[in-house]
Design a protein around this ligand. Structure first.
Ligand code: 7TS
Length: 407
């Protein structure tokens, strides 16, 4: 992979921040966007902008073709059987909420169980808390091991034939843990449950095959994989989606509306009420083209290399604790003894290095790790080992700085 050529595709990376070349290590929060994506959106607004599915005019049908073309790209990207199974929405949070509000409320009853893990992002916890509360169901957690993984034995012990939904992150946004979702799907299905996969941190980084994983639902966000903000995909198996009620009602999603009753369009449009995220979907299509041109295997290999490099380099810093397993996605979450993570990120920012500090929308996990916050450096296809070296230098400076300050 020619990193220099790739970096040239990302204009935002070519700048100084606080007098230093920017080192962007916050791609788990949101990725940067390549020129082809920026131009696809720009070109759409300059030449085509129209509403979709309704116009009989030329621009309207061009916009519809582009929008539906993006759906086909998204289908191929995760190897769904049909475009009926690809629902465009705002992102992972919206996708998971659709499953909870529609499938969850209809299929979870009193005494049933919903199974999640302590490493979930808030958007894969709170929707299930809401369903459990409304339906008198129990929310159960698969226990976390010391190293930030879960075991299949614990999955088997937690999932029972009362379990209706197993909801799990494919990759943890804090620990970097890669969960064995294919095996977990099998256990869920043996117990008559469905599996909902939070793919926010996996879709950008590894080849996803929803048929091979045999997951029932899979949600991801465009903005973490080079696409604009405000577009995401919810995949669901067609028979499940067909049996589900929409959660948003209004224009675009109806077939016939009468005074006291209405009927819905077929999939996937019944879940896309209102004017859809047209430019966002076109941007996502361009992002998929960009990623596929480089190749997800290439990207995954590059990220594995950089994740190992970062893990080793940060492990060598005295007083630095890394959270999560050795085998991980391309992010490293850590704390420096005695220094609050917000102070770490503030000092790093003065060096032009962007990392994230805080609870990372994972307060349940923070409690489990017995910390209130952590710092996180997250890498993507455009990051280099030299940037990791800059991070290490910045951390050594941070240590020195705070070592000389008396509290
Ligand atoms: N699930 C996981 C595992 C995530 O990492 C995120 C966002 C979401 C769901 C929600 O995605 P959204 O696009 O709907 O917001 N994670 C982060 C993060 O780690 N830092 O900022 C956002």
């Amino acid at each position: 992979m020619d990193i220099r050529a790739i970096r040239e595709q990302f204009p935002v990376l070519d700048q100084e921040v606080n007098g230093h070349p920017l080192v962007y290590l916050d791609s788990s929060a949101t990725s940067q966007k390549p020129i082809s994506v920026i131009e696809a959106v720009d070109h759409y607004y300059r030449t085509t902008n129209s509403n979709v599915h309704r116009g009989v005019h030329t621009l309207g049908s061009r916009a519809t073709d582009l929008y539906e073309g993006a759906r086909e790209k998204a289908r191929r990207f995760i190897n769904a059987k049909s475009t009926s199974e690809i629902i465009f929405n705002r992102g992972t949070t919206t996708g998971l909420n659709i499953v909870a509000q529609s499938y969850g409320l209809a299929n979870v009853n009193e005494g049933d169980e919903i199974v999640i893990t302590p490493m979930e992002h808030h958007s894969n916890i709170i929707p299930w808390q809401q369903v459990a509360k409304k339906k008198g169901a129990t929310l159960k957690y698969i226990p976390l091991q010391e190293d930030g993984t879960i075991t299949l034995e614990d999955v088997r012990n937690t999932v029972t034939n009362q379990t209706k939904i197993v909801a799990i992150a494919h990759v943890s946004n804090v620990l970097g843990t890669i969960n064995p979702v294919k095996e977990i799907a099998k256990i869920a299905h043996e117990n008559g449950a469905v599996i909902v996969v939070d793919g926010a941190q996996s879709a950008p980084h590894m080849k996803i095959d929803v048929q091979d994983l045999d997951c029932d639902f899979y949600a991801f966000s465009g903005h973490k994989m080079c696409a604009p903000t405000g577009i995401g995909v919810l995949y669901g198996k067609e028979d499940l989606l067909n049996a589900m009620e929409p959660v948003e009602f209004g224009g675009e999603m109806i077939d016939f509306v009468e005074k006291y009753d209405s009927t819905w369009k077929e999939l996937p449009w019944k879940f896309e009420g209102g004017t859809p995220i047209i430019a966002g979907a076109i941007g996502l299509g361009a992002a998929i083209d960009f990623i596929e041109e480089i190749g997800l295997d290439e990207i995954a290999a590059h990220e594995e290399h950089i994740a190992n490099y970062a893990y080793d380099a940060l492990s060598n810093i005295d007083g630095l604790t890394i959270y999560g397993p050795r085998k991980r996605a391309s992010l490293v979450t850590f704390n420096l003894d005695e220094v609050h993570p917000h102070d770490v990120s503030t000092v790093l920012d003065t060096e032009g290095i962007a990392i994230r500090a805080g609870h990372h929308c994972a307060q349940v996990l923070m409690k489990e790790l017995q910390v209130s916050a952590t710092a996180r450096a997250s890498m993507y296809l455009y990051n280099t080992v030299e940037e990791v070296d800059r991070l290490v230098e910045g951390l050594l400076k941070t240590k020195e700085y705070f070592g000389n300050v008396s509290f």
